[in-house]
Design a protein around this ligand. Structure first.
Ligand code: ADP
Length: 437
């Protein structure tokens, strides 16, 4: 039996006893029902009094003490007091939490802006206010792209790809770079994290400039050394020095290739914006690349070109040529003379695709994620033997990135590799459609 049921039972018994007493007294007085009515009237009056007391306390419960009720009314008052206390406790905890949240977000080194589905500002912390010059009174409810108008940011905000932050310079008059990272949460709500990356951008720029300048400075002395070595090696009087001199020439050639590749990479990195460019005849480029492979002293036995689309690719010809020739070069370099390679160009609704497939040694899966890093080589010995600089795939990746394209690498150790460049559909130029239009 629950405490509630036992209280009701007790009250019922008490009423029954009072009624019995009333009926007995009434019977002695000559009319038992008069006694019953008297008890009922008294009981009703007592209940009304309790109800009135509870009602007046509930209206002033902030200041008044709870009434001193008995029986069931006492239980009701105790329950209400408990509920009231619990509510006050939760309210205070929430207020404390909110205060702490506000204090901690104000102390955060990063800016935070909460956005609604329309991109309007719901809330922002102190740092975000400082970075974007926002005012709490005037700017809440305004769209965030009123404050950051940079096209890269606007595009990022409208898209739905938030995996990486976008770095922009919100004010052209200020040398300040901010990284914006959107995070989706709740129902179509977004949180915008802002970080000042001016120092990182400057350091990155210094690194690029240093590599470009160092490569440039090294090129001239190396050209002189390579030139003298060539002249000396042609002299029949060098006798037993021929071997070392030839090795020196080979190493000088390798250094020249590394420097040329570093300079090329620096050129591609010099400007980070996307490239517009001109229509490129991929079929003609592939045919030339095939000719270059066949002109090598050793090359795979079969070099095929499969052009499955007449579409041209819109881009920077030198950059695309460099990317494609690096892939073709690698396939030619790493595939044994008995093997085969295929250069393929095709288009579909996703865009244009250029792939180079070979039956070479393949690449173990654990190396694939790091393959496009500068100077990363699967087999350093073999790469050096083949004259590789270790920069080829880094150049490919960067050239593709500048065209909004990406590199996919499929490889099975011992079976061969396929490197595919995926270009977006807006990079395609259909001759026939253009002629008809
Ligand atoms: P490298 O100048 O050394 O060829 P890359 O950046 O072009 O440098 O390539 C990085 C590494 O990836 C190479 O050292 C090689 O180990 C591996 N690699 C690239 N292409 C192929 C391929 N077609 N087959 C096998 N391994 C390859």
């Amino acid at each position: 039996m629950t405490p509630g049921t036992s209280a009701v039972l007790f009250v019922t018994l008490r009423i029954a006893a009072a009624l019995a007493l009333g009926a007995t007294l009434g019977w002695f007085a000559g009319a038992w029902w008069l006694g019953v009515c008297g008890v009922l009237v008294l009981y009703l009056a007592w209940n009304l009094w309790q109800l009135w007391e509870l009602h007046s306390w509930l209206r002033n419960r902030g200041v008044a003490d709870p009434p001193d009720a008995m029986g069931l009314w006492g239980d009701v008052v105790a329950q209400v007091v408990r509920l009231h206390r619990r509510k006050r406790f939760h309210k205070e905890r929430l207020a404390r939490l909110f205060r702490e949240l506000r204090r901690s977000t104000a102390a955060m080194p990063d800016g935070v802006v909460m956005l609604d589905p329309k991109g309007e500002i719901i809330w922002f912390n102190r740092k975000a206010g400082e970075m974007l010059d926002l005012s709490r009174r005037a700017d809440l409810g305004l769209r965030i792209d009123n404050f950051v108008r940079h096209p890269d940011f606007v595009q990022y905000l409208r898209g739905n790809e938030y995996s990486a932050p976008v770095i922009v310079r919100p004010d052209v008059n200020q040398e300040k770079y901010l990284a914006f990272q959107l995070i989706s949460y709740g129902e179509d709500q977004r949180m915008l994290m802002l970080r000042d990356v001016t120092r990182e951008v400057r350091l990155e720029q210094m690194r690029k400039d240093f590599v470009a300048n160092a490569s440039h400075e090294l090129r001239s002395p190396l050209t002189v050394i390579a030139g003298y070595l060539e002249t000396i090696s042609a002299d029949p009087g060098i006798g037993e020095l021929a071997g070392p001199i030839n090795e020196m020439r080979r190493q000088a050639d390798r250094m020249t290739r590394i420097i040329e590749d570093l300079l090329e990479l620096s050129r591609f990195e010099a400007n980070d914006g996307p490239i517009k460019g001109q229509p490129i005849d991929v079929a003609a480029m592939a045919a030339l690349l095939r000719k270059d492979v066949l002109a090598r002293t050793t090359h795979p036995a079969s070099v095929e070109v499969a052009i499955e689309s007449g579409a041209s690719l819109i881009g920077d010809e030198a950059m695309v040529q460099s990317a494609f020739s690096n892939l073709v070069d690698n396939a030619a370099k790493y595939t044994p003379p008995g093997g085969s390679m295929t250069i393929r160009w095709w288009t579909d609704e996703q865009g244009g695709h250029f792939s180079v497939r070979d039956t070479g040694p393949g690449i173990p899966a654990e190396h694939l994620p790091r393959l496009t890093e500068r100077f990363y080589r699967v087999d350093p010995g073999r790469s050096r033997e083949t004259g590789g600089s270790g920069l080829g795939l880094a150049i490919v990746k960067h050239a593709l990135y500048r065209h909004g394209a990406r590199l996919e690498i499929d490889s099975v150790e011992g079976r061969g590799s396929t490197f595919t460049c995926h270009f977006p559909a807006e990079r395609l130029f259909e001759q026939r459609a253009a002629a008809n239009g």
